[in-house]
Design a protein around this ligand. Structure first.
Ligand code: ZN
Length: 461
């Protein structure tokens, strides 16, 4: 992976190779500016009026993961410098807000029933408003564009402008006026379901009994209210199934399960999330002032197939727009996971909204905060060893460290050394799939030596 380089005033220079970065650090010509992603700062050079090679930042916006690639434009295509995968947490945000609203509703009924109802107190959301979980996708993608343009002299942006045809995803032969006639044209949901499922319980086949509308994939497990996720069941089956997955519930009746799954359809939630954020993201990208190139999903796929590149979020980003050839894509990917900065609420609640315990008022203990990147050197005992990763702090001083190999629990704060303050993201490297097996060892070695370099960053940096 390329290493980002800043001049002594913090202005971006062309990224360099890992080897060159190591030499610069050894010869004391540079300082470590940031550990992950790795950024160094030269101590003896000012950018002045340098000429830079054209760098392009390419995005493949997705619902769960956005692929980002930093490439250098060459005469016959692009040379890949860095690959990133940014994992969003739209789902967690949505769940947290749903939970909060449920707790408030319970309190309203239980504790505040004599308070005068609130009335007309909702603000105007205005044009361009996005739900928080969608806004988050736009904001985090733009945050990383801003970071990367600060660390590298990016001169252009390329992004994929998805257009999912939701109706065609469901029914490939759709045309003309059918677009205006959704699944429910001329129906009510209940009527539609009665007819679709033959007026009997989908799970036991009971007829002539009151039927209830049932979620095939339960709502608590992420099932939606789409009509394709709904079925009919008798009261007894509905109660028995409860919040179980349909596969679990019908594990002993695979034939019936197959029938139900064949009638249900894959949810389109992810396509909907990308569809509703694509323009917001494009407008924000244009607001950076850099020229923005857009490419369609079809063109990306065509590029990928033509150049023989495997499907991955970050690699798809390299294939966005007009590219003739791509070199150097066989490199590790930095996975960036949006984790947030902890909870504002200091009370942990159980699923009924009652207090389960409280968090400490302060978030920082012994100079560390959950989310910081640390190196722990444990000299002896059963936990003896060196661990690098994201720390989760406790007031007792016994910390947990999330390493690449898993969580290590109960590490004393005295053994920990700070590498980088938490910034709301977790980082890990993914070794990329390669064509040639011999280059696999080389890249893995490179990733290892980089993490070794990171481990050596001192406290002052
Ligand atoms: Zn039944």
């Amino acid at each position: 992976m390329a290493v980002f380089v800043l001049d002594r005033n913090g202005k971006a220079l062309m990224p360099c190779t890992e080897k060159r970065a190591r030499l610069l650090l050894e010869r004391d010509r540079a300082r470590v500016h940031r550990a992950v992603p790795f950024v160094i700062r030269l101590v003896d050079r000012q950018a002045g009026s340098c000429e830079f090679q054209p760098l392009r930042l390419k995005l493949n916006p997705g619902s769960k993961v956005t692929g980002i690639a930093l490439v250098r434009d060459t005469e016959c295509g692009a040379a890949v410098l860095n690959l990133f995968e940014l994992a969003h947490r739209g789902r967690q945000i949505s769940e947290a807000l749903t939970a909060r609203s449920a707790f408030r509703r319970r309190r309203r009924g239980a504790n505040l029933r004599y308070r005068v109802p609130r009335f007309l107190n909702r603000g105007n959301k205005g044009k361009g408003w996005l739900a928080p979980s969608l806004q988050h996708r736009v904001v985090t993608a733009i945050a990383w564009v801003t970071h990367l343009t600060r660390w590298a002299p990016v001169s252009a942006i390329g992004t994929m402008l998805h257009r999912f045809d939701m109706q065609a995803l469901e029914n490939p032969e759709i045309s003309g006026v059918e677009y205006q006639q959704g699944t429910l044209a001329g129906y009510e949901v209940r009527e539609y379901l009665l007819e679709k499922w033959g007026r009997k319980c989908a799970y036991c086949g009971a007829e002539h009994t009151p039927l209830q509308v049932e979620h095939i994939q339960p709502k608590v497990r992420g099932g939606s209210n789409r009509v394709s996720n709904l079925t009919l069941s008798c009261h007894a089956c509905n109660q028995a199934k409860n919040a179980q997955d349909v596969c679990e519930f019908l594990a002993r009746d695979p034939k019936r399960l197959a029938g139900i799954l064949a009638q249900a359809k894959t949810p389109l939630k992810d396509a909907a999330a990308v569809n509703s954020t694509r323009w917001a993201l494009l407008h924000k990208l244009k607001a950076t002032g850099l020229p923005v190139e857009t490419g369609s999903g079809g063109r990306t796929k065509w590029n990928r197939a033509r150049l023989g590149i495997p499907k991955a979020h970050a690699l798809d980003a390299t294939c966005v727009g007009q590219v003739e050839a791509i070199e150097g894509w066989q490199r590790p990917v930095l996975a960036i996971k949006a984790t947030g900065r902890g909870s504002y609420a200091r009370t942990r609640l159980d699923r009924f909204g009652f207090s389960r315990g409280t968090l400490t008022r302060q978030k920082r203990h012994f100079g560390f905060q959950t989310g910081d990147r640390v190196v722990a050197d444990v000299p002896k005992g059963i936990k003896a060893g060196t661990y690098t990763g994201r720390v989760a702090v406790r007031a007792s001083g016994s910390f947990n460290i999330q390493t690449a190999q898993g969580v290590v629990q109960g590490i004393g704060h005295k053994h920990c050394r700070l590498v980088q303050r938490g910034d709301g993201y977790g980082y890990s490297y993914i070794a990329q799939q390669r064509k040639e097996s011999e280059s696999r060892g080389r890249a893995a070695h490179a990733a290892l030596s980089l993490s070794g370099l990171n481990a050596g960053v001192s406290h002052e940096n």
